[in-house]
Design a protein around this ligand. Structure first.
Ligand SMILES: [Zn+2]
Length: 493
């Protein structure tokens, strides 16, 4: 400090030696260069940031970093990652807020943001027209829809690579080779259908290739199907897992192929030619892609178990899909089926307390009767599984027909004891006599009301629930299933 100030003083007073002058000029050059660098960097970052949709975009991105971190790097990924790292550093407050507000409660700041890359493949092109009827050519419709999808995706901040953007011929092998080289996260091929067998055939078909290495192809296909059916109200046709198409078989990333309609059906052909209908199809595909990368959250919860047969079946289904759920256990059932209770814990699910004996009148008679029953169940769960849980669910929910007089006092006492209860905001409504599995699926899907965060009530002791579970999970591809933990904000009636 001292040296520098005396240097300035000498300069001002004209006592500058040659050595000092050299140092001064050098210093000025450094300062100037640094200033230019800072200005250019700021401009670059601002332009990139604004073009990517600004703060809202960044907020969304940061929220989903965890999911995306597992995905492969897009084309030029290193460069993109580096740019985002700098950009992410700009609104530091946002980073902190997002991190602490997350359900995970991990408190770890994301290192970089991965921008999802979509490979869009409009089928056919050039000399290969695909199918055609009455002058309506498949290759043209495929391209028109794909371009609409591309524009919407780009608007939302995705990176898009296309197999063709004009009416040109590209071989299937070329498309797949390019997609695999690009490191795109997903591959979506767009086609039209036609059949000689009956002019009445119509509707959408989505295909994927069953592949252990790319299990996400199924989820992608389910989402594209679900969302395009929703946006177009087209006829529902089967989701096909046995696709023998070159593009769904040989791509290295999750892939699916959508046939958006039948050119052999006069009515559908007319619709497919309308810009408005093409926009609806594109909107559905884009929404499906959005849910693929940014799923909503569902906490599956099972009450009243464990039971020998049904709970084990539920565990098997969850294990196959690598889903973790939450089981609110009944103490007397735990004493009866201790092995099943231990299996629930061993397989990584969350355990909560439901009650010791499922007897509403006795439970809700007083604060003391409730607490005594609860602590007995909690002690049993601890002795059998080694888990000391603070999570619980009231039999009948926190507000029910049996606790009108005692409910508030019980909630106060339980909260004072440090216990956290979870009600639900969607339900299979399976606690009835002889429930019909089809109806249970309908209940489960409809009662979610499309919410972003759902706690779904089900009963693992009910046979029909076990029977419908796989189809139910297939019907909810827009949700990522997570287990409850103390950090998850409770849903209370
Ligand atoms: Zn119950």
């Amino acid at each position: 400090m001292y040296g520098e100030s005396s240097f300035t003083w000498e300069y001002v007073c004209g006592y500058e030696t040659r050595e000092q002058r050299k140092r001064r000029l050098l210093r000025r050059t450094y300062t100037l260069t640094a200033a230019v660098c800072i200005v250019s960097l700021t401009v670059m970052i601002s332009v990139k940031f604004v073009s990517a949709g600004g703060v809202r975009f960044l907020t969304e991105k940061l929220q989903h970093t965890k999911t995306e971190a597992a995905a492969a790097l897009p084309l030029g990924g290193e460069e993109t990652e580096a740019v985002w790292e700098k950009e992410a550093a700009v609104p530091a407050v946002l980073v902190t807020e997002q991190t602490t507000a997350s359900d995970e409660g991990e408190g770890v700041q994301p290192a970089a943001v991965h921008i999802p890359t979509v490979y869009l493949d409009p089928g056919h092109g050039g000399t290969d027209e695909g199918c055609s009827r009455e002058g309506v050519r498949e290759k043209d419709l495929n391209l028109a829809i794909a371009l609409l999808v591309r524009d919407q995706l780009k608007e939302q901040g995705y990176q898009v690579i296309m197999s063709r953007e004009t009416d040109t011929y590209v071989s299937k092998e070329m498309r797949v080779a390019e997609a695999n080289r690009s490191g795109a996260d997903i591959y979506i091929s767009i086609h039209q259908n036609a059949t000689e067998e009956g002019a009445s055939a119509n509707g959408m078909e989505v295909w994927y290739t069953e592949d252990d290495g790319r299990t996400d192809s199924k989820r992608l296909a389910q989402l594209i199907r679900q969302q395009t059916l929703k946006s177009t109200e087209a006829t529902e046709r089967e989701l096909r897992s046995d696709a023998d198409f070159y593009v769904t078989k040989n791509t290295s990333m999750p892939a699916c192929l959508i046939e958006t309609g039948f050119l052999s059906n006069a009515g559908e052909r007319r619709k497919l030619n309308l810009a408005e209908y093409q926009q609806q199809i594109a909107g559905g595909i884009v929404q499906g892609i959005a849910y693929y990368f940014h799923p909503k959250t569902m906490y599956l919860t099972f009450d009243d178990g464990p039971s020998e047969e049904n709970t084990r079946k539920v565990l098997e289904i969850l294990r196959e899909r690598n889903i973790k759920a939450t089981f609110f256990l009944v103490g007397e059932n735990v004493r009866q089926h201790p092995e099943v209770a231990r299996q629930i814990v061993a397989e990584g699910h969350t355990i909560g307390i439901h009650c010791d004996k499922h007897d509403y009148d006795a439970l809700y008679a007083s604060v003391d009767s409730y607490v005594a029953d609860f602590e007995k169940a909690r002690q049993t769960v601890y002795e059998v599984t080694g888990v000391e849980t603070n999570l619980f669910r009231f039999p009948g929910g926190s507000v029910n027909a049996y606790n009108k007089k005692t409910g508030k006092a019980i909630i106060r006492e339980m909260t004072d004891r440090g216990y956290i209860y979870y009600d639900w905001n969607a339900s299979l409504e399976d606690a009835v006599k002889n429930p019909d599995p089809k109806q249970l699926i309908k209940n489960g899907v409809e009662t979610t009301l499309g919410r972003k965060k759902v706690v779904l009530l089900a009963h693992d002791v009910v046979g029909s629930t076990t029977l419908c579970l796989e189809e139910l999970l297939d019907s909810l591809p827009e949700y990522e299933m997570k287990p409850l933990n103390e950090e998850v904000e409770p849903i209370c009636f």
